[in-house]
Design a protein around this ligand. Structure first.
Ligand SMILES: [Ca+2]
Length: 307
């Protein structure tokens, strides 16, 4: 499928909105330390709160993928196949802003969004002036390329992550996620591990809790409210990483909230921008891809480790 409902609706490359800035000089800027103010890093790090919690998952064989009526065959969701997974550990939540701040404070890591000087932000999160002036992704015009948007300023220079310390870190590329994992002594989950973990022990269900998206009308994940993209009915954006009940393996918000990088660079789980009116990639088997240097306001990651 091409066009607006294809993969670029979920994870376009920033190059689609950049015109004359081709990343010239990016290599040298990558050597510079982060631009995050040290006072901000200190304040965020103090609020890191809970220690990283990992859930030990038993190994096993599961049915990966989906061919049901909700699946997007063009995304490679099918065919359904048996996959063996060794026992491993998975973080119960995605990496938070506060946790990422601790990494940056210690290493000075400069993210790809900082190196490139911009990142992609959903239009609905922006003030009116930026919404008008920011370049758009042609095939997915609700994505705005915002100068200065990065993990500590998710909607550009006048925004802040203060008050969002327990939200997922966003605007992190695959390279940034791998650097964090290495620093933490962990790794990114393989795509097979991610889906096995997301399913929470259930077989061939579209949601981590079962067959129905909102059982008895109860919202169980952070996805777009109302009609996408122009008519949200309620708040849009990330929420704290433990805002909804965990799945059968004790893992929070695998579907919804933010897309999550896997080791192979495939993104899993959908985000706060997914809605049935446009894109139902908030399911256990849904997947999309982005280039390793892509940063997006709806993408984060969680850690895995060998047992
Ligand atoms: Ca997620």
């Amino acid at each position: 499928m091409s066009g607006a409902r294809g993969q670029s609706c979920c994870a376009p490359g920033a190059g689609e909105a950049r015109s004359d800035r081709s990343g010239c000089g990016a290599a040298s800027r990558a050597q510079e330390p982060t631009g995050a103010p040290s006072s901000l890093l200190r304040a965020l790090t103090e609020r890191a709160g809970d220690q990283l919690t990992m859930a030990g998952l038993p190994g096993g064989t599961f049915l990966m993928g989906s061919e049901d009526h909700l699946a997007y065959p063009q995304d490679g969701e099918g065919p359904v196949r048996e996959v063996d997974v060794e026992a491993f550990a998975m973080a119960t939540t995605t990496v938070t802003v506060a946790e990422f701040a601790a990494f940056v404070a210690e290493t000075g890591h400069r993210t790809d969004a900082e190196v490139q000087g911009d990142s992609l932000v959903f239009q609905g999160l922006l003030p009116a002036d930026l919404r008008r002036s920011a370049p758009r992704v042609t095939a997915a015009p609700w994505w705005c390329l915002v100068a200065g948007a990065c993990w500590y300023a998710p909607e550009g220079p006048n925004s802040s992550v203060r008050g969002r310390e327990q939200h997922p870190v966003t605007h992190v590329s695959h390279r940034d996620a791998r650097a964090y994992a290495q620093w933490a002594g962990a790794r990114l989950p393989g795509e097979e591990e991610w889906e096995y973990a997301c399913r929470g022990g259930l077989a061939q269900q579209p949601y981590p809790w079962g067959a129905v998206r909102e059982p008895a009308g109860r919202k169980l994940m952070n996805i777009f409210p109302g009609d996408f993209p122009e008519a949200p009915q309620g708040a849009v954006g990330t929420v704290a990483v433990r805002s909804y009940p965990p799945n059968g393996f004790g893992l929070y918000e695998t579907t919804g909230n933010v897309w999550e990088w896997t080791a192979q660079g495939v993104l899993r789980g959908g985000s706060y921008m997914c809605h049935a009116s446009y894109c139902r990639r908030y399911r256990t088997s849904a997947r999309t891809t982005a280039t390793p240097d892509t940063s997006l306001g709806h993408t984060g990651f969680r850690l895995a480790a060998d047992l």
